[in-house]
Design a protein around this ligand. Structure first.
Ligand code: AHG
Ligand code: MN
Ligand code: MN
Length: 334
């Protein structure tokens, strides 16, 4: 059979590969695809309409929310609830998880979704790339009963699917269901995503390191040593430094070109900044499926047992070789 060319076709073709082929997961992907197009439309015209700036509210982490954060959050939640395909949703922008009840068949759905509706949102003001990150699990509590926090606090290893939308020079959906990573590019003229990046893999060798070096003074000694290693004149070094400040965009570039992303613990924030459940785990799943690796320096991200919805972890992710070198530096200091 010839290669499927659109995301819609691809979802249908792959449906039979899922362990639980009830079509529920396919419907879930279709909802994400729809919400992504709606958010894409809004993100694209952000410079035109009076939508920039803060909405004068703060999220649970005490960070300013941009208006588009809220818009994206609402669109994804509405789409998932209206189509009645998940039993629960957790979001960076919601203090607590949302239990979704269907009218006739309470809690009959099997999947929960966790998301960062708009990642790298400070980039909106300067017309740079932002993204949406999503992570999908099968619930662990019995179908028919109420969804609980246990359905969300699963190890990343249990993810059924994960991915991101990148609203960049082109808009793309990149996702995995545990059988490799595929990328689809939106043709905005007709609103269709086409398979443009089949079976994405990190290149054998990476040459980019991505870190907010302004925080250097606060980094653990192992990270400081690794940065100096990256900058050293030797064989394929010094590496190139690239940092957008949007995990989705930095990861996407590193996946295609080869590189490593670092958001370390700092003396001020010992757990780093990024959120385990809806930032690190989905990206970690994609990285592993693309032949890469991620960890907190010691434990594979996908093996960390979550204890709360919005917890943060130090996050390192990229080419396996680069990751092993970094972990070597970190582990010298215990
Ligand atoms: P969000 O916009 O969802 O709050 O996420 C921003 C995150 C991540 O995408 C990015 O890599 C990181 O914050 C940048 O942080 P610094 O500005 O501290 O480098
Ligand atoms: Mn984010
Ligand atoms: Mn966000």
């Amino acid at each position: 059979m010839s290669r499927p060319s659109t995301l819609g076709e691809f979802i249908i073709e792959k449906q039979s590969e899922f362990q639980y082929a009830e079509g529920e997961l396919s419907r879930l992907f279709n909802s994400i695809r729809l919400a992504a197009k709606v958010v894409n439309h809004e993100v694209n015209k952000a410079g035109l309409v009076d939508i920039l700036g803060n909405a004068n509210t703060e999220n649970i982490q005490g960070e300013d929310q941009q208006k588009l954060d809220i818009y994206a959050n609402e669109k994804f939640i509405q789409t998932l609830i209206n189509r009645n395909i998940v039993c629960g949703i957790a979001s960076e922008e919601e203090d607590d998880f949302i239990a979704v009840n269907s009218q006739n068949n309470a809690h009959s759905n099997k999947y929960v979704v966790l998301m960062d509706p708009l990642d790298g949102s400070s980039n909106i003001d300067v017309n740079s790339s932002v993204g949406t990150i999503f992570s999908i699990y099968r619930r662990v509590t019995p179908v028919g009963g109420p969804v609980t926090i246990d359905d969300f606090l699963q190890k990343g290893r249990q993810q059924v699917a994960a991915g991101y939308v990148i609203y960049g020079t082109s808009t793309m959906i990149v996702y995995t269901t545990g059988k490799g990573v595929n990328g689809f590019t939106l043709n905005p003229a007709i609103g269709t995503f086409y398979l443009s990046h089949p079976q994405m893999k990190f290149p054998e060798k990476g040459g980019i390191y991505s870190v907010n070096e302004g925080n250097y003074i606060h980094f653990p000694q192992g990270v400081k040593d690794y940065i100096k290693y990256c900058q050293k004149e030797e064989e394929d070094r010094p590496y190139t430094s690239r940092y957008i400040g949007s995990l989705v965009s930095d990861f996407h570039r590193n996946l295609i070109k080869g590189g490593i992303y670092l958001y370390p613990s700092t003396s001020k924030n010992p757990k780093g900044k990024l959120r385990l459940l809806y930032e690190c785990n989905p990206i970690a799943f994609l990285a592993e499926q693309a032949g890469g690796k991620s960890s907190d320096g010691f434990t594979d991200t996908l093996d960390i047992q979550p204890t709360s919805l919005h917890e943060r972890v130090p996050f390192y992710c990229g080419n396996t070789g680069m990751m092993q070198t970094l972990e070597g530096f970190l582990q010298r200091y215990g």
